[in-house]
Design a protein around this ligand. Sequence first.
Ligand SMILES: Cc1cc2nc3c(=O)[nH]c(=O)nc-3n(C[C@H](O)[C@H](O)[C@H](O)COP(=O)(O)OP(=O)(O)OC[C@H]3O[C@@H](n4cnc5c(N)ncnc54)[C@H](O)[C@@H]3O)c2cc1C
Length: 411
Amino acid sequence: MPQRIVIVGAGEAGARAALALRENGYSGAIALVGEEVHLPYERPPLSKAALIDGDAPKPATILSEERLAENGIDHIAGAPALAIDRAGHRIVLEDRDPLPYDRLLIATGARARRLAVPGAGPDNIHYLRSFGEAQALRRRLQPGSRLVVIGGGFIGLELAAAARARGAEATVIEMAPRLLGRAVPAELAALVAARHAAEGVGIVTGAAIERIDALPDGRHRVMLAGRDPVDGDTIVAGVGALPETTLAAESGLALDNGIAVDAHLATSDPDIFAAGDCCSFPHALYGGRRLRLEAWRNAQDHGNAAAKSMLGLGEPYAAVPWFWSDHYDLTLQIAGLPDEGAETVTRPLAGDARLDFHLAGDGRLVGASAVGPNGAIAREVRLAEMLIGRCARPDPASLADPAVKLKSLMV
Ligand SMILES: Cc1cc2nc3c(=O)[nH]c(=O)nc-3n(C[C@H](O)[C@H](O)[C@H](O)COP(=O)(O)OP(=O)(O)OC[C@H]3O[C@@H](n4cnc5c(N)ncnc54)[C@H](O)[C@@H]3O)c2cc1C
């Protein structure tokens, strides 16, 4: 058993791993190191409730002071880790003594990709990854103000919905021909886009940004190639995230679209593990295809799995990928990997909801995607997820027929 475990990154995966170490009987020292000053908190509300609800939002804490104390977790906040001294088995922290470790977990998450167009800089472009950034945006989403969102992915669209809920105008500018192009099948993305349009969000797709100009009144103008410019009081870029790999790269760990880990979440150094948004891992359900997921449940599952692996109890990681996103009263959920599918079968659900099954060429169910009110889709997507995990090859006609219970298709 290791005596000292250090976790760098006090976010979803890191906090979950710290708890899971105790749940799995570990009694040695745990240090949970975070560069942020807050207790570990949830990020999904940052683009939803934290922008809309209440007067003085607080972070949605994952681990309270009491819970940290009860579990003997030493949370070292406001302490960026600067380097990993692999030979000396120590973590170098800013303004503090180095921390020795027997096992190290890197759970440093991801950071927002910066917008690289002329005129874009730290003074005029907002990003959304941290609680502090959410607060800054919230102050700017006032009734009648105008938000321009660059990037029509999940975070950009959730921001547009939050702006509308606050009485602000919103326009989304997307470079690709359609919204949600990276992860959502076209038919479902079109339903989400239609709902945003109905809520009054301006949507400009296939748009190339030439530059961003400052206007004399303090607002900004987004200049588009061959299109009308779009003016806004606030410009936010949601143009993807990059895995936070600085520590791993500088200490010579193998990288491959993030920190490269094996099925036990071990890096190329057997005493160092990685979990969550920062790492890519092979997935047995998809023929060992290397995935890097930016998803809440994956970060939790990775935290649990890495804790076990660090204690020598681990099994190969095989959880079915799962993601959700909220827009107004609509929820979108995706299980598995729709892009592995060759054929799509649609099952209509109650309440105008829709569930698409994605089947590989050999008939195996590899993904499911659904949109509708949460109550109408959550249970069905959960069952689809179980079918995916069991490598089921369900009969397409049964999948399409809402009268056939998905449970009856379990193998
Ligand atoms: C605005 C927003 C909305 C989201 N909404 C959804 C959603 O609706 N559904 C969904 O499934 N997922 C959603 N996600 C994704 C989900 O929140 C992430 O996948 C999850 O937080 C990843 O957990 P993590 O622990 O890997 O990284 P994080 O939660 O990002 O935590 C990493 C932590 O490490 C810290 N850190 C980094 N470097 C260092 C260092 N050198 N030293 C010390 N600390 C360091 C960071 O400050 C951060 O606190 C959302 C994410 C964001 C940003």
